[in-house]
Design a protein around this ligand. Sequence first.
Ligand code: B1M
Length: 210
Amino acid sequence: MEELKRLVITGDAEKVAQRVQELMTQGVAVEDILKRGLITAMDEVGDMFQKGEYFVPEMLIAARAMNRGLAIIKPAIVEKGIEPVGKMVIGTVKGDLHDIGKNLVAMALEGAGFEVIDLGSDVSPERFVEAVKEHNAELLGMSALLTTTMLAMKDTVKAVEDAGIRDKVKIMIGGAPVQQEFADEIGADLYARDSTAARNLAREVISGEV
Ligand code: B1M
């Protein structure tokens, strides 16, 4: 398992796939491969990113390696009916095409065992609302990189209220121009500075801490 973690952290996708296969052949439970191997490794990657030891490219490479491992165990996870930790609908807001940060947040949550419903970029408030209802998601995540498009976050919060589901979903926002004060101003529940903070806050929502 230590070797699997090391391979994810160093982003060696091929060897991650091989190691996961070996562990499965040895009879190691997929839950263990997921939680003690892949998720723990991505947690470490997230912490290294926050400490400034890893940058965006290393994060993306590690996430890709983790995804290779995840793809191998996914059929077994589905078959065993292992429930995701929680669900997040995520997207970049209407009018905004920047998706690198949003993708990192999605990967960090997937790496932590969440099911992530990624709506892509340029997502309208109505589409966010539909997806939250359809998937019964506990979390709605919005990303914006432009000072002009961050205003669409407010429209989405309003659309969620108008749809009568405001008490069923926690709204998290992030992106370079966004700050805690803005989250407070538009009535979002959570602001995350980076993907590691987003992962930690999402876990706190599921455990009822926030
Ligand atoms: Co654009 N762009 N861009 N751009 N772009 C910026 C954002 C800009 C700051 C550049 C500049 O002028 N210095 C500027 C915005 C100015 C402003 O509004 N204040 C800008 C502009 C003006 C534009 C256009 C308008 C340019 C034009 O056409 N005239 C245009 C707009 C298009 C549109 O969206 N409608 C445009 C286009 C583009 C490209 C398409 C070329 C490309 C995007 C490609 C893509 O994403 N697929 C692009 C890029 C790459 C950038 C920069 C260079 C990099 C953005 C990025 O990916 N950062 C950017 C300048 C810069 O930042 N140096 C710039 C890396 C990423 C990991 O960080 O997204 O902040 P970030 O995500 C972080 C955190 O913010 C947080 O976690 C992530 C990981 O730590 N986070 C969340 C993000 N979302 C979160 C959600 C959460 C929680 C945390 O909860 C759900």
